[in-house]
Design a protein around this ligand. Structure first.
Ligand code: ME8
Length: 648
């Protein structure tokens, strides 16, 4: 790796015909994570996204609202930017196709190709899919409808300008053969090769039946076809057509990340435009799969879209980012469901990662007042196994990211988290703490903390808020300046004062009714997963006094109680547990009025893992018993027992 390595990545520029959904968030999240990772790995990065604002579809949507197209898109483009901010997307440039600079770029591209003789005037008569802004030959239609979106097509007859795609077909095929990395994944390459081999028709690149577009420079009565206009954005971001440093430095792009349905435009039309302009082709166009809902592509017209803003408000941004990149095999289609999101968050983020951080820092507080100890004992084979995996992981993740194996990159980081959790159980610091020499305890605690430091660095490109939280709790600084080289083992300084905070991912409690599989969310042919068995020990099984003592039961005074909107059986309590105030969410609303509870001294399990119910954090559980007719009564003590008193 040299400092000169560069990475120019783009997303599609989305249509502001409607608000974006989780499918758009998917592409952009991956692009952002790649951009962040390459920066972290010491490469120079340029990351561009934008909005594709012209065309018949937008003009019609604006007309339906009785406003101008520009007024219409301005509002929606602002919502794009808002979503990217909420998703922690850090782009370098946002190209709007209504930008003046873009007009210049598109007109220059059109003019150059026209001057070269590769654009000519003729008449178009044929089918057009307005939602996809795509011309179709009769023989490509499926049952008379658009083969991409299955919606009706319109017969269009107009005088147009044509781009000589056919002239470049052989050259393009040869290029694809010689550059296997150009079209990825391989299945898409095969599809595109077959498409080209079946014969390329010249492409109609101007329209006259509406005017919401960039005027054709040689004929003002025409507007440039919206795809010809949109694809040019990748050059607009580099100041094209003026010769300048950006263009010199960043073209050709390293990666155009797109959904599989727009591969034809990116691997046939766009490369041929570039050939006609005598510009080099992008190094890779990757066509990822679709997010499906009930095995169908999520799309506004089908009414099955998921709004990322709603999900972010409910679950936070990192669970969404993590889910999208971890759950879906990059390149293939994947199903989205709320249930899968919750399960993934609970398993990987709350149980594995969150819990590792929490338990490690709790032990460190107990044994070393939160200060990182010196690793003085010689490593055992178990230590060596953890250290060896953690030491090589940065390079491994880098290789996987470069191969665009995003879900595998995350899986390899979570393998380290899994190993570290197993390491805690195997090395049992609570037993080492009983030994006279504290050498081994110090080494084990150091190894765990060092693993967490490395995990924090490795995850920060994918789930930035989590990386920052881990870093802060470890008491470390300057996360933004850290690079891949900092993932080397042993850089954590003994003596560092950690700062244990709240659990970074409270478990999301799936209430009974939410836990029921929603039929619509199951991919066809896949059975709903069986309900998890309820935790708890079956009656008749004896436990030791040690088992019982693990449960920290204390007296708590109820300070406040309030209902939770939309959850009839839940109440939200603020309780005093002696040394702090806690919030507990309890299913007692059908048995107690909030005002009846205030002042009561109840018993709570203080050391229960925090959970989230209906978006509210619950930090503990209260004890209650039922009468034979099902009425619930809280276990309570008299006012003589102060809050915080241990029940044993
Ligand atoms: O096609 N699953 O814009 P668009 C995964 N303006 N990704 C999805 C998705 C889904 N269900 N739905 C959308 C256009 N996407 C043109 C692009 S580029 C020069 C012009 C993502 O608003 C995916 O990246 O229809 C897809 O290619 C893109 O959004 C389509 O966005």
């Amino acid at each position: 790796m040299t400092a000169k390595e560069r990475f120019y990545v783009t997303t599609p520029i989305y249509y502001p015909s409607d608000n974006l959904h989780i499918g758009h968030a998917y592409t952009t999240t991956v692009a952002d994570s790649l951009a962040r990772w390459h920066r972290f790995a010491g490469r120079e990065v340029y990351f561009v996204t934008g909005s594709d604002e012209h065309g018949q579809k937008i003009q019609r949507a604006a007309e339906a609202k009785g406003i101008t197209p520009k007024e219409y898109v301005d509002v929606i483009v602002a919502s794009f930017k808002h979503l990217w901010e909420k998703l922690n997307i850090r782009y370098d440039d946002f190209v709007r196709t209504t930008d003046e600079r873009h007009h210049k770029a598109v007109q220059a591209v059109f003019q150059k190709i026209y001057d070269k003789g590769d654009i000519y005037k003729s008449a178009y008569e044929g089918w057009y899919c307005t939602p996809c802004e795509t011309f179709w030959l009769e023989n490509r239609l499926v049952e008379g409808k658009c083969p991409d979106c299955n919606r009706p097509v319109e017969w269009v007859k107009e005088e147009s300008y044509f781009f000589r795609l056919s002239k470049y077909a052989d050259r393009l095929l040869q290029y694809i053969n010689e550059h296997p990395e150009f079209i990825q994944p391989e299945t898409r390459r095969n599809e595109m090769v077959n498409f080209i081999k079946s014969g390329l028709e010249d492409l109609c690149v101007s329209r006259t039946t509406f005017d919401w577009g960039i005027p054709v420079p040689v004929d003002e009565g025409h507007v440039v076809y919206v795809w010809f206009d949109a694809l040019t954005n990748y050059l607009t971001a580099l100041g094209y057509p003026e010769p300048n440093e950006l263009l010199e430095k960043w073209w050709p792009a390293d990666l155009h990340l797109v959904g599989k349905e727009i591969m034809r435009f990116h691997t046939i039309v766009w490369p041929i435009m570039l050939m006609a302009l005598d510009l080099p082709l992008p190094k890779t166009v990757f066509g990822h799969g679709w997010l499906l809902f009930d095995s169908e592509k999520m799309s506004k017209s089908k009414g099955n879209v998921v709004d990322p803003l709603v999900l972010i408000d409910e679950f936070g941004v990192d669970p969404i980012r993590y889910f999208l990149m971890r759950e879906i095999s990059f390149g293939q289609d994947g199903n989205f469901s709320r249930r899968a999101l919750i399960e993934r968050t609970n398993a990987d983020l709350a149980n594995d990662l969150g819990n590792l951080l929490n338990r490690t820092l709790s032990m460190l507080n107990r044994y070393y007042d939160g200060r990182v100890p010196e690793p003085t004992a010689a490593p055992t084979p178990v230590d060596q196994d953890l250290i060896a995996y953690a030491s090589g992981l940065g390079q491994k993740v880098d290789a996987l990211v470069q191969e665009l194996k995003i879900n595998e990159a995350l899986a390899s980081i979570w393998r380290l988290v899994g190993k570290a959790n197993k390491y805690v159980d195997e090395r049992a610091p609570w037993n080492l703490a009983k030994l006279e020499s504290k050498d081994e305890l110090g080494t084990v605690m150091y190894n765990l903390l060092e693993t967490l430091r490395i995990v924090g660095l490795l995850v920060k490109s994918f789930i930035p808020e989590t990386g920052a939280k881990i870093w802060a709790q470890l008491g470390l600084e300057d996360l933004d300046q850290k690079t891949l080289a900092d993932t080397a083992w042993g850089l954590l300084k003994p003596g560092t004062q950690t700062r244990k905070g709240d659990p970074i991912f409270p478990r999301i409690e799936v209430e009974k009714e939410e836990a029921q599989p929603v039929q619509q969310e199951q991919p066809k042919g896949e059975q709903p997963k069986a309900e998890q068995p309820q935790a708890g020990s079956p009656e008749g099984v004896l436990i030791s006094i040690d088992d019982f003592m693990k449960c920290e039961l204390v007296v708590a005074e109820v300070l406040e109680a309030a209902p939770i909107k939309g959850a009839d059986h839940l109440l939200k309590l603020q309780v005093d547990v002696g040394d702090e105030k806690r919030q507990i969410v309890a299913g007692i609303a059908l048995h107690y009025k909030p005002e009846e509870l205030v002042g009561k001294r109840i018993i709570v399990v203080k050391n229960l893992k925090p959970a989230k119910l209906r978006g509210e954090v619950s930090q503990g559980m209260l004890l209650a018993a039922s009468t034979p007719d099902g009425r619930l009564e809280l276990v309570s003590v008299s006012a003589a027992i102060p809050p915080g008193a241990r029940v044993k």
